[in-house]
Design a protein around this ligand. Structure first.
Ligand code: ADE
Length: 235
């Protein structure tokens, strides 16, 4: 199935570290998507919503325990103007981000990514101002910024005109529930390291059969969970 993506996606990123995004937004596919007007990224500096002279953003958890919790008021003030957008909190406690998640977001005109830090975000913010909690994977990072950048890049390459050949985003890994096959380019023989003969045969039917077999084998070896799930589509 071919998803329909809007001409433009606007992403607001609520972060304590807007300067962190300078590099990732200024190179390659993401930079091109922004330049072409397919993608707009608005960085919202959470620190400007901090409380008091020290612009406080976090406090100790009620009930005790280690670490600090991001406070309600600064986040509510940052998120209130973004109420009409689809608001995503990045947290290791969220549902895993998959290709299907990115497909869905690439069809959402206005999204907000909230980058959590510290031990977490006061649950009242989540209950009242967050539509979805998403995790980059089963490991703990220092904050949601890396996840936001991963999502921005994953969305940018799905937007019309950003990747030259739309077939390369339609027929790729995960979308068909299998990992990609190994690929080769010239020279056919590098100091005795040769390319599988079938790829040089010119026999397209044989090549397709070989590719599918390689994809199946890789998926069985590396990601049997993908075969059990059937696909990565969201339910
Ligand atoms: N913040 C910290 N760890 C994270 C993860 N794994 N995914 C998303 N946000 C995070």
């Amino acid at each position: 199935m071919c998803a329909i993506y809007p001409v433009g996606v606007k992403i607001s990123v609520v972060t304590m570290f807007p300067e962190w995004f300078g590099g990732p937004l200024s190179v390659s596919i993401v930079a091109r998507a922004i330049e072409d007007g397919a993608l707009e990224v608005d960085l919202v500096n959470l620190r400007t919503y901090g409380l008091g002279r020290h612009k406080q953003l976090d406090d100790a958890p009620f009930g005790g325990g280690p670490g600090m919790v991001m406070m309600v008021e600064p986040l509510v003030n940052a998120l209130t103007p973004l109420e009409e957008t689809h608001r995503v909190l990045f947290t290791p406690s969220g549902t895993p981000m998959t290709q299907a998640t990115l497909d869905r977001w690439a069809s959402t005109p206005e999204i907000t990514f909230v980058c959590g830090r510290y031990e977490g975000v006061d649950q009242r913010v989540i209950d009242n101002h967050i539509d979805e909690e998403v995790s980059l994977g089963d490991y703990v990072l220092a904050g949601g910024e890396v996840a936001a950048v991963a999502a921005i890049e994953g969305i940018a390459r799905l937007l019309p005109g950003v990747v030259g050949n739309p077939e390369s985003t339609e027929k790729e890994s995960f979308r068909e529930g299998l990992l990609e096959e190994p690929v080769y380019t010239r020279p056919a023989d590098y100091q005795g390291w040769t390319v599988p003969e079938v790829l040089l045969s010119g026999d397209h039917a044989r090549i397709e059969t070989w590719r599918l077999e390689q994809r199946r084998r890789r998926t069985v070896e590396r990601r049997p969970d993908l075969l059990r799930d059937g696909s990565d589509s969201e339910t």
